[in-house]
Design a protein. Structure first.
Length: 307
């Protein structure tokens, strides 16, 4: 009887230890008894390192695990079990397979949501009114991505090196470097020549300034002469305009006619005077008249004539 009790106690202890260990492992894997788990499907082009029971995280927090993995000709399909029934993820949502660190480690799935935040009264993923166009719902399908790893980075570098070798990038770069050095020397020589040319231009400009300073008096005289010429031209224009006036022309004609008549009269009188002076009797009588008038004035004004 006592042995049976001891065996029972040992048996129950072993069972309790197994149950406790299993519960602990399930808790560490994100399994919650009585929780409202919901499922989503992810399609990966490459899911290197992913396995069943791999952890699923959202913003670094464990939210579920990989339930199953299926390989198809088109993609690797993984069923994810989300243990948090109240996790609301706005669409679009993507899943990324990434190692635990850059150097490797167990792969895990990270959920990334880039949509606008949902309202506080949004439906739960398992609810009947959950809208797949706005949020990730139960049994929804999302796209999977492959995160960079040391292997993918190394492979990418190898591909780049191969492409560079095929394109003979290194010899071309060396040739370009030599051409750049030659161009730099040419540019230096050009800059030196440009500096010399700039100094010559500066000296020429200074000489031109001196010549302009010398020419300023001549320019001033030329401006004054131009002004006088303009004034004289104005007077000439005024004279021409006056001569072009019919009234002025008529007055000039009358003046010329009057001058001609006066000249004729002067010529006639001059002819008469010449005739009188050539007559001896007229001149003798004029002389006697003059002498008689002189004697008459002497008798009338003796005191004034004596002085």
């Amino acid at each position: 009887m006592r042995r049976s009790v001891r065996d029972a106690i040992v048996g129950f202890s072993v069972i309790g230890a197994i149950v406790g260990f299993t519960a602990t492992m399930a808790w560490m894997r994100g399994v919650r008894l009585g929780a409202n788990e919901w499922m989503i499907t992810v399609k990966f082009a490459d899911a290197s390192g992913l396995a069943e029971r791999s952890p699923v995280t959202y913003r670094g927090i464990l939210v579920g695990s990989v339930k199953a993995i299926r390989v198809t000709p088109a993609a690797v399909v993984a069923d994810l079990e989300i243990s948090q029934g109240d996790l609301k993820l706005p669409m679009p949502v993507t899943a990324t397979v990434a190692p635990g660190s850059l150097l490797g480690g167990d792969a895990q799935v990270s959920l990334v949501s880039s949509g606008p935040p949902l309202a506080s009264d949004a439906a739960l993923p398992r609810a009947g009114d959950c809208k797949p166009s706005k949020q990730l719902c139960h049994q929804g399908t999302i796209k999977g991505l492959q995160a960079p790893s040391i292997t993918s980075v190394t492979q990418t570098l190898q591909e780049l090196l191969s492409q560079a070798e095929e394109a003979r990038l290194v010899p071309a770069l060396a040739q370009s470097t030599r051409q750049f050095e030659t161009t730099s020397k040419d540019a230096s020589t050009f800059l030196k020549n440009a500096d010399s040319t700039a100094r010559e231009i500066d000296a020429l400009v200074k000489q031109l300034q001196v010549e302009i300073a010398k020419a300023e008096p001549m320019i001033a005289n030329l401006n004054a002469a131009t002004a006088n010429a303009v004034e004289a031209s104005t007077h000439v224009n005024n004279i021409v305009a006056a001569l072009d006036n019919p009234q002025t022309l008529n007055e000039l004609r009358h003046t010329a006619a009057n001058a001609s008549e006066l000249s004729a009269k002067i010529n006639a009188v001059g002819g008469d005077v010449a005739k009188l002076t050539s007559d001896e009797e007229f001149m003798a009588g004029l002389k006697s008249l003059t002498i008689g008038l002189g004697e008459l004035f002497s008798e009338l004004y003796p005191a004034e004539t004596s002085q």
